[in-house]
Design a protein around this ligand. Structure first.
Ligand code: NDP
Length: 379
C-alpha cells in the first residue's frame, strides 16, 4: 500500500490547517458509540469517543490499551497515513469504516458524532497543524508532548482551541500520576524547608544501529527531532513542578558524540534553569546516555523520584528514610479518564494547553542558549 511521503504529509497537514482554521462551527457532543464500545465492561455511560491520530509506537502500545481500560473514554476512530494498518486496528478495536480517516480527509471528522476528541500522537512538527484542523472541526484536542515546535506554534494552538470552544490538553501523563503528584504537593508544602536545588535528568541510550542515510523522524530537525524536544521536556516539566516555580533564565550547552546521526539536532543537552527565588534546577537530557532521576535538595533534607518518567515503577525516597511507590494501574488510562471527565463535566483540564506553552517558551530559550552558551531570559 502506498504511504504518503514525509514532506507531502506535512504539507497537507499544514495547508489544510491554514485553510480551514476557524471556519467550521463547534459540533455538539454526542453520546453515540463505536462498535468497540462493548469491549470494556467497566465503561460507563458517560464515555466520550476518541480518535487516535498517528498509529505509531505510543498509540499502539500505550494509548490504545489505555483506552480499553478507561471508563470515561473509548477508542472510536483512527486517523492514519498507512492504509495497511487499518484492517488490524478495525478488527482489534471494533472501529467501523465511517470512523477511519486519512490525513487528507481528516477534516470530515467534523460531521462524525461518534468522536468528541482526537488524540494527536504524530511526529512533533504535525502537532500544531493537526490541532488547528481538529479544533476547526469542533473536536476537543489531546496532544502529545512536546506540544509544538516552538512557543509561537503552541500559543496558536491554544488560541485556535479557545476560538472553537474546545478543550486542549497536553499528554503530560506524569502530572496525573500519584508519586509525581506527591512531589507537586511537596513543592507547595515544603516539608523539608525551602527547596534550594532541583536535579532533573531524563534520557536513554539509543540509535547506535541507525543508518545515517535513513534516519527516523526523532533524528531529523524538520520533524522536531532531538533529545530536548523528546526527553528534555520531561526534565523541564519536572523541574517546574518540583520547584513549583516558573524559570526566569536559562543557560544551555549541548554535546554531540555521534555527529553523523545528530546533524541539526541535539544528542545530549545540559540546561540550568534559574527561578525567581534563587532556586536552581540542573537538568540534562540525552539520546546517548541512560538517565532517569528527579531530586530536590532542601534546607532540611532531600527527596527524589527515580525512576521518575517511566510508564510504571516510579519510586520515591527521602533523606529521613521514607519510601513511596504508589501504583497506578495504567498511567495513560488515568490521564485520558481525567481529561475525558473534564470534557464531560465542562471543567478545566488538569494539564491545559497553557502548560505546554510555558514549556515551549523555555525550550525556545534552551535552544537559543545552546547556540552560543549565553544566558537567556525566558520570555
Ligand atoms: P512513532 O514514530 O512510533 O509513530 C508516529 C506515527 O505518526 C507514525 O506511525 C505515523 O502513523 C504517524 N506519522 C504521520 N506522519 C509521519 C511522518 N512524516 N513520519 C513518521 N510518522 C508519521 O512515534 P511515537 O508514537 O513514539 O511518538 C508519537 C508522539 O508521541 C511524539 O510526539 C512523541 O513525543 C509522543 N510520545 C509521548 C510519550 C509519552 O510518554 N507521553 C511516549 C512516546 C511518544 P500512521 O502511519 O498511522 O500515519
Amino acid at each position: 500500500m502506498p504511504q504518503l511521503g514525509i514532506t507531502r504529509r506535512h504539507l497537507l497537514a499544514a495547508m489544510a490547517g491554514a485553510g480551514l482554521a476557524g471556519t467550521l462551527p463547534l459540533r455538539a457532543q454526542s453520546q453515540a458509540r463505536s462498535a468497540g464500545d462493548a469491549m470494556n465492561p467497566a465503561r460507563r455511560k458517560d464515555s466520550i469517543g476518541v480518535a487516535l491520530v498517528g498509529l505509531g509506537g505510543y498509540a499502539t502500545h500505550q494509548l490504545a490499551p489505555g483506552l480499553q481500560l478507561a471508563q470515561h473514554c473509548h477508542l472510536a476512530g483512527i486517523v492514519t497515513g498507512s492504509p495497511q494498518k487499518i484492517p488490524a486496528w478495525q478488527a482489534r478495536h471494533g472501529i467501523p469504516d465511517r470512523n477511519v480517516y486519512s490525513y487528507d480527509d481528516f477534516d470530515r471528522i467534523a460531521d462524525n458524532p461518534d468522536i468528541q476528541a482526537v488524540y494527536i500522537a504524530t511526529p512533533n512538527d504535525l502537532h500544531m497543524p493537526l490541532t488547528l484542523r481538529a479544533a476547526s472541526a469542533g473536536k476537543h484536542v489531546w496532544c502529545e508532548k512536546p506540544m509544538a515546535m516552538d512557543a509561537a506554534e503552541a500559543q496558536a494552538m491554544v488560541d485556535a482551541c479557545r476560538a472553537n470552544k474546545v478543550q486542549l490538553t497536553i499528554g503530560y501523563r506524569l502530572q496525573h500520576e500519584p508519586n509525581t503528584r506527591r512531589l507537586m504537593a511537596m513543592a507547595r508544602e515544603k516539608p523539608y524547608g525551602k527547596i534550594l536545588k532541583v536535579r532533573a535528568d531524563a534520557g536513554f541510550n539509543a540509535y547506535d544501529d541507525v543508518d545515517p542515510a535513513n534516519k527516523p523522524w526523532r533524528l531529523l530537525p524538520q520533524h522536531g527531532g532531538g533529545a530536548m524536544y523528546d526527553m528534555g521536556v520531561y526534565s523541564l516539566n519536572a523541574a517546574r513542578y518540583t520547584s513549583g516555580q516558573e524559570p526566569v533564565a536559562v543557560t544551555a550547552r549541548q554535546e554531540i558524540r555521534r555527529p553523523a546521526l545528530f546533524e541539526g539536532v541535539d544528542e545530549t543537552m545540559h540546561f540550568t534553569l534559574e527561578f525567581p527565588d534563587g532556586t536552581v534546577a540542573e537538568c540534562a537530557t540525552s539520546f546517548g546516555q541512560d538517565m532517569n532521576i528527579l531530586r530536590a535538595d532542601c534546607e532540611r533534607g532531600w527527596y527524589e523520584l527515580s525512576p521518575f518518567q517511566t510508564y510504571d515503577g516510579l519510586k520515591g525516597r527521602t533523606s529521613d528514610g521514607k519510601v513511596f511507590a504508589d501504583a497506578v494501574p495504567h498511567q495513560q488510562a488515568r490521564q485520558m479518564d481525567d481529561d475525558a471527565l473534564a470534557i464531560l463535566q465542562g471543567t478545566a483540564p488538569l494539564v491545559p494547553g497553557e502548560e505546554g506553552v510555558r514549556d515551549m517558551r523555555v525550550v525556545d530559550a534552551v535552544y537559543a542558549s545552546a547556540r552560543d552558551g549565553g544566558r537567556r531570559i525566558v520570555l
